[in-house]
Design a binder for this molecule. Sequence first.
Ligand code: HEC
Length: 140
Amino acid sequence: MKQLLTLMLILFPASLLLMSQTGPAQGKLKESIDRGNMVYIQRCLSCHLINGTGISGVNPSLVHNKTALGATEPLVNIIVKGMPAGTEIDGVRYNNAMAPAPDMTDLQIADVLTYVRNGFGNNAKMITEAEVKSARAKLK
Ligand code: HEC
């Protein structure tokens, strides 16, 4: 009996771990990252570069970037409205401006942000199309 209990105590967390890695939520995350990868190549790579490092003083790095890993609303604002030149990020002033991209769909924005938040050694919660939609509705 005691052995059975021990076995269950080992197997139960193991099965939870397995489910968390292969469940439907994980499938959605992977699909979003894959689509976001394509969006990134088309819309972000030219400035933030293939591995997200950017160029110090010109285009900021997205690796462990606080804003990129932070709240959804400011991120949606940056993508849709762009960002004027001259912001200081981690003690470095960026003299290039980020162009606005109001033509991007809610899904494209969600996917590219999810890609950035889970690529380049980053690890942050995925952003859904619905979250982008509601954040976008609040933009002035
Ligand atoms: C034309 C070049 C360019 C493109 C294309 C571009 N960015 Fe940027 N991005 C910048 C610059 C420059 C800044 C910083 C602007 C400043 O100085 O205020 C920035 C800022 C950011 C920030 C905020 C960083 C911080 O610490 O505040 C994020 C996040 C970001 N970009 C993500 C993206 C994503 C995702 C895409 C693609 C959808 C993208 N950028 C496309 C040039 C670009």
